[in-house]
Design a protein around this ligand. Structure first.
Ligand SMILES: Nc1ncnc2c1ncn2[C@@H]1O[C@H](COP(=O)(O)OP(=O)(O)OP(=O)(O)O)[C@@H](O)[C@H]1O
Length: 191
């Protein structure tokens, strides 16, 4: 099953063309790594993949449910972490939400902070919390914008394992990064 298909894609921002002629197909188990200097258009391309930004040319088709992780944590700062994640799991109609959120917190090693308000989390912990939301969503296609940013070495290694597990379970992922991240067999998109 094809989870993402981009054909002749062009991305523009503020009337400026950032990328064109992008062809990408991700089947189940597939991955793409998007790299390039600051301002090259990595985040913009990810938004186009997510359907949050219209392409300047070409088409994007998505074959499954999408989880997008942007720069912001997108969790209610006043709620306890587990509760904030359960809120989104309910919005996403995730079955057995409580169990999935607990498993997701464990996968990003934040179980100890389940009862702590989101606003008190450190930068790296917020990043991991955002990742937990993606994990709990059960979406087939993960679109992760700089997921390794602010993470320590152990957390980057866990992120790589999570991506491996997700792909192994039939999911696919597009990841932008400035940092080395193990994503074996990923298609490289250099902007
Ligand atoms: N809403 C917007 N309106 C106009 N220009 C924008 C908008 N958002 C981004 N841009 C511009 O588009 C270009 C690409 O931005 P984008 O965030 O996609 O780059 P990036 O490769 O992800 O950068 P970084 O590595 O710094 O995160 C930049 O020059 C940016 O200023």
């Amino acid at each position: 099953m094809t989870l993402l298909a981009a054909r002749g894609l062009a991305v523009a921002r503020g009337g400026r063309l950032l990328a064109e002629g992008i062809e990408l197909t991700l089947e189940r188990g597939g991955a793409a790594l998007v790299t390039g200097p600051n301002g090259a258009g990595k985040s913009s391309l990810l938004r186009v993949f997510a359907g949050l930004l219209a392409p300047a040319a070409g088409t994007v088709a998505r074959g499954g449910r999408v989880a997008w992780m942007g720069e912001a944590v997108a969790l209610d700062p006043e709620r306890a972490l587990a509760e904030a994640l359960r809120f989104w799991a309910a919005q996403d109609d995730v079955p057995a939400a409580e169990t999935r959120v607990a498993a997701a917190l464990s996968a990003v090693a934040l179980d100890d902070l389940a009862d702590v308000p989101v606003r008190l989390l450190s930068t790296g912990q917020r990043r991991r919390a955002a990742l937990a939301r993606v994990v709990a969503s059960g979406a087939e296609l993960w679109l992760l914008d700089e997921p390794a940013s602010g993470l320590d070495a152990a957390a980057v290694a866990r992120l790589a394992l999570l991506l491996e597990g997700h792909r192994g379970a039939g999911g696919a992922a597009v990841v932008t990064t400035h940092q080395p991240l193990a994503l074996p067999g990923a298609i490289e998109v250099v902007l």
